[in-house]
Design a protein around this ligand. Structure first.
Ligand SMILES: [Mn+2]
Length: 313
């Protein structure tokens, strides 16, 4: 499959890279890495990174005309379903390739490189760039850095349950190839400024615990009061994950009267099945569902509370 992807990249003069709505570090750094990789190796091609939503730390939102998209090869990163692409015009591309790590069967590309065992989309890309099929192509320090940043963003610096020996092996190769400064990159990705820290503290104070389930519900009025974006609010789920006593934890954020819910769990609790009952999905220990009514949210949280009481399997 790697060779097929490489051949497609070689075939097209114009390439459009997309990622999911409300991008996170994995989505944005994967897009930057792929764009850089193509630029480094095929300087005559035009590469644009699409998407309107911004990522706080670093963002790239190129202007893409419909005409450009229509003659392009689109490569969509870190996006499980076509509805989640941050620019629905991506589906109008001449051909489309999906590269992802979410365990969802929505093969919306002509080529679908999906590795559900990978910790991050950046890991999937790195495995491809490091493969023998890509031998002879340049893997620049900048590309290594972007991919490493993508991996540590999605794994919270290698903390999540989907980190494997393969993740570490790939990360190690990226560090060597790019001569990366590990501590500096961790600081760059993980550290908050003082204002964000203060907002985070206020959010943490809204934590409620029932049994071994912890949750924070942020209403629209809360977001306004705290002057915090939904995207930033969502990242606070990692803060709750540091509590030893909790087995399952969640943040629900109100958006036009409905709730977008992120859920995380310790190893033994499979929570994507619960999210999928509400039209969502994701990984075993990290999943989400969107646009829940207040009632559905209550029901979902009751289920999670009950699950959290069970011993880890
Ligand atoms: Mn990801």
């Amino acid at each position: 499959m790697y060779t097929e992807i490489l051949n497609k990249i070689k075939e097209y003069d114009d390439i459009a890279i997309f990622r999911h709505q409300r991008p996170d570090g994995d989505a944005m750094f994967s897009a930057l890495a792929l764009a850089q990789f193509i630029n480094d190796n095929f300087p005559d091609k035009t590469v644009k990174v699409g998407g309107e939503d911004k990522f706080d730390l670093v963002s790239r939102n190129d202007d893409l005309s419909l005409a450009y998209i229509k003659r392009s090869l689109a490569i969509v990163l870190d996006t499980s379903t076509s509805e989640r692409i941050d620019d629905e015009r991506a589906l109008k591309a001449k051909q489309l390739i999906k590269i992802d790590h979410h365990p969802i069967n929505d093969d919306y590309g002509i080529i679908n490189l999906v590795d559900a065992k990978a910790s991050a989309c950046s890991e999937v890309l790195a495995a491809m760039f490091l493969s023998k099929d890509f031998k002879g192509l340049d893997l620049s320090a900048k590309v290594c850095e972007y991919l490493y940043c993508g991996i540590i963003s999605d794994t919270i610096n290698f903390r999540t349950t989907n980190v494997t020996a393969e993740t570490l092996s790939i990360a190690s190769k990226l560090v060597k190839r790019g001569d990366l400064k590990i501590a500096e990159l961790v600081e760059y990705i993980m550290d908050k400024d003082i204002e964000a820290y203060v907002r985070s503290t206020k959010i943490r104070n809204l934590l409620k615990i029932k049994s071994k389930f912890g949750y924070i519900i942020l209403k629209e009025t809360d977001l306004k009061k705290l002057n915090i974006s939904q995207a930033e609010a969502k990242t606070n789920i990692d803060e709750i994950g540091k509590i030893k006593d909790l087995q399952i934890w969640s943040i629900a954020i109100e958006n036009e009267g409905l709730f977008d819910v992120s859920v995380r769990s310790k190893r033994g609790h499979t929570i994507n099945t619960v999210c999928s009952q509400y039209g969502g999905g994701g990984h075993k220990n990290a999943a989400a569902a969107k646009k829940l009514s207040r009632n559905d949210l209550k029901k979902m949280y009751k289920t999670l509370e009950k699950m959290s009481e069970n011993e880890e399997i």
